[in-house]
Design a binder for this molecule. Structure first.
Ligand code: RB5
Length: 156
């Protein structure tokens, strides 16, 4: 499974930590990940929309199966990712939301706030997200409705 990961300066340190534990956590879930790091590569100030969109485009262009985006709160970078049609980015601060984001919303990007969520909890959230799968059924109809909104040009 290919995972694109990106952050701004506020999320840089947590991004580096996630890069470190991602393989370990995903192998526990029976998945061998290949991580594509789309930056940023230091704590120098950058603009989160650039990195949210880079990760989102990698997912919609199928260079990656999923994305992880990190900024200070996770808010700006998730908004940016969600502007790209086809992206369902979920900002998660707990493991229940991470599981639901996959099971109910078929989220294809996980967003984290590095100034909100510590590395230990972030690790559990990543594990919950990648060990859960879309449940389909009634949730598929709702995700189709999200796609229809994009088709009407009311998003992005
Ligand atoms: C950068 O200072 C900060 O605004 C950014 O990381 C993020 O929290 C925006 O939503």
């Amino acid at each position: 499974m290919k995972i694109a990961i990106g952050s701004d300066h506020g999320g840089f340190r947590l991004k580096e930590e996630i890069r470190g534990f991602l393989a370990e956590e995903m192998e526990l879930a029976g998945v061998k990940p290949e991580v594509i790091d789309m930056g940023t590569f230091s704590e120098d100030s950058v603009d989160y929309p650039e990195f949210g969109v880079k990760v989102a485009k990698a997912v919609v262009d199928r260079e990656a199966d999923f994305g992880i985006v990190v900024c200070g709160t996770g808010i700006g970078i998730s908004i940016a990712a969600n502007k790209v049609p086809g992206i369902r980015a979920a900002l998660c601060g707990d493991t229940f939301s991470a599981r639901m984001a996959r099971e109910h919303n078929d989220a294809n990007v996980l967003a984290l706030g590095a100034r909100v969520t510590g590395p230990g909890l972030a690790r559990d959230i990543v594990a919950a997200f990648f060990s859960s799968a879309f449940a389909g059924g009634r949730h598929a109809r709702r995700v189709d409705m999200l796609r229809a909104i994009e088709g009407q040009g009311t998003q992005g």
